[in-house]
Design a protein around this ligand. Structure first.
Ligand code: C2O
Ligand code: CU
Ligand code: CU
Length: 488
């Protein structure tokens, strides 16, 4: 076995600079690069899952996950040869993965070492309002807060965490605050030994000196960023730019993907390969779907299987295909070019004999019946507004009763896409432009293209509260394209 050191992080603060090597192991027998279970660092034992450091569980009690999370300014080397002032969770971009199981009680001791207020929002998780990290519950600069909640049964899937202070979300996420969440199912219907990867996708823009390029207030660029949402020309998969990953011919890998970009929409595709799409925001589908590409709008997640069907030695790239989400006059110059995300290199070993059969039935997704819906709420998404209103924290836009089942009709009344997100509750899309969707799935973001509409059904289970709904293009959200649903 040979150890490879890759990626060195320079941690700021005091004069202390220490290196955090992420270890990979080249297993000589199979020659497949796999991540070390236990990774040693200068501080303590650190564990990797799906290619990410995991927030270390300090509890030894079964069913309890207790972790420390700290947001603070850092200096990291994220673009070649430069040092960038960023914000990071536990000194990393993306932040370490929160790995939990259904039924777990989770306790997160959060410390805000940023020079500004923040929150930690657990995007997609079903939890008490006070724990949602919405703009209602700011953690002030220098303060700490303990988030605690229960992971509900049936919610196994891929989620993520990010800040949510009103008007500052795009900035704080752009500075580097985001991380993945994996919720495991103790009765995983897929083979447990499939190699697993988590891809947290983000993009950013940098100045010559390596600093993050945010538009100057009042500039043309700022107008563009507010309209389109801020996009960057550098794409990251986790902390890397176009990394090379290995796969062995014949192998099947399970990939989880999070779109943590403030505005960029990804159409994931790999030449000569199809994916088996198995899950969305709220976990697994009922049935797997063979697809050529997977579109992921802001805040969304996907789970799929990658089948290594090419010959040993092949090299392919995972790309994001062009997607026109823009106002007609506002398209970036290179919007129609495919962008490379990562290179997948087949090892030279002979193809392995793959006997793994994807189960036809992954799980049962409960039916929410339209006839049980007691209300239909209409959301008209225009530029910067929902139902002609700009968000006001003191105004409850919608009010509903705990336990009710309702339909929301999201109408996009303008010429660019708006991905609509609801806090607190997973929903099911029923139809788009009147056409029924083919498979029932749990989602918390639904993208609505220009002048189209989508209807979703949702049940407000378990938790009262003031739940945000908003466009997940972060600049739109910050400008007030957000409202509040009060569940009483
Ligand atoms: Cu991912 Cu209200 O956000
Ligand atoms: Cu959310
Ligand atoms: Cu929008």
């Amino acid at each position: 076995m040979k150890m490879l050191f890759h990626c060195f992080l320079i941690t700021s603060g005091a004069a202390l600079i220490f290196l955090l090597p992420s270890l990979m192991i080249l297993d000589e027998e199979t020659n497949v690069v796999s991540y070390l279970e236990e990774v040693s660092s200068t501080k303590s034992k650190e564990r990797k899952v799906a290619g990410h450091l995991v927030l270390e569980n300090q509890s030894s009690e079964p069913g309890i996950v207790e972790v420390d999370l700290r947001a603070g300014p850092e200096k990291l080397s994220i673009v070649q040869g430069k040092v960038t002032d960023v914000y990071a969770y536990n000194g990393r971009i993306p932040g370490p993965v929160l790995e939990v199981s259904e039924g777990d009680s989770v306790i997160i001791h959060f410390q805000n070492d940023l020079p500004e207020n923040t929150t930690v929002h657990w995007h997609g998780l079903h939890l008490p309002f006070e724990m949602d990290g919405s703009p209602f519950h700011l953690v002030e600069a220098g303060e700490s807060f303990t988030y605690s909640f229960r992971i509900q049964k049936g919610t196994a899937g891929t989620y993520w965490y990010h800040p949510h202070p009103h008007g500052r979300t795009a900035w704080q996420v752009g500075k580097g605050l985001f991380g993945g969440i994996i919720v495991r199912d103790p009765n995983n219907p897929l083979c447990d030994t499939l190699p697993e990867r988590l891809l947290v996708l983000s993009d950013n823009r940098f100045k010559e000196d390596g600093q993050i390029d945010f538009a100057v207030p009042g500039s043309k660029q700022q107008q563009i960023d507010e309209m389109n949402g801020r996009e960057g020309d550098i794409l990251f998969v986790n902390e890397e730019i176009n990394p090379t990953w290995s796969i062995r011919s014949g192998e099947v890998q399970r990939w989880r993907v999070v779109n943590a970009s403030g505005a960029r929409i990804y159409r994931l595709a790999m030449k000569g390969h199809t994916f088996t799409h198995i899950g969305s925001d709220g976990g697994l589908f009922e049935h797997p779907e063979r697809v050529e590409e997977i579109m992921l709008t802001n805040g969304e997640r996907a789970e799929f299987l990658v089948h290594a069907t090419c010959a040993p030695g092949t090299e392919v790239t995972l790309q994001s295909l062009p997607y026109d989400r823009y106002m007609p006059m506002m398209k970036p110059d290179n919007w129609d070019e495919p962008l490379d995300l990562l290179t997948l290199r087949y090892t030279d070993e002979p193809a392995m004999i793959q006997t793994y059969q994807v189960p036809e039935k992954l799980r049962k997704v409960p039916v929410l019946k339209e006839e049980d819906a007691t209300e239909t709420r209409i959301m008209r998404m225009s530029n910067g507004k929902i139902n002609s209103k700009v968000m006001d924290m003191k105004r409850m836009d919608e009010s509903a009763v705990l336990g009710a089942t309702e339909i929301w009709e999201i109408r996009n009344t303008v010429g660019m896409d708006h991905p609509f997100h609801l806090h607190g509750f997973q929903f099911q899309v029923i139809d788009r432009n009147g056409e029924a969707v083919t498979q029932r799935k749990w989602e918390d973001v639904v993208n609505v293209p220009p002048f189209e509409k989508a209807r979703l059904i949702v049940r407000y289970e378990r938790y009262k509260g003031k739940w945000m709904y908003h466009c997940h293009i972060l600049d739109h959200e910050d400008l007030g394209m957000m409202g509040i649903l009060e569940v009483r």
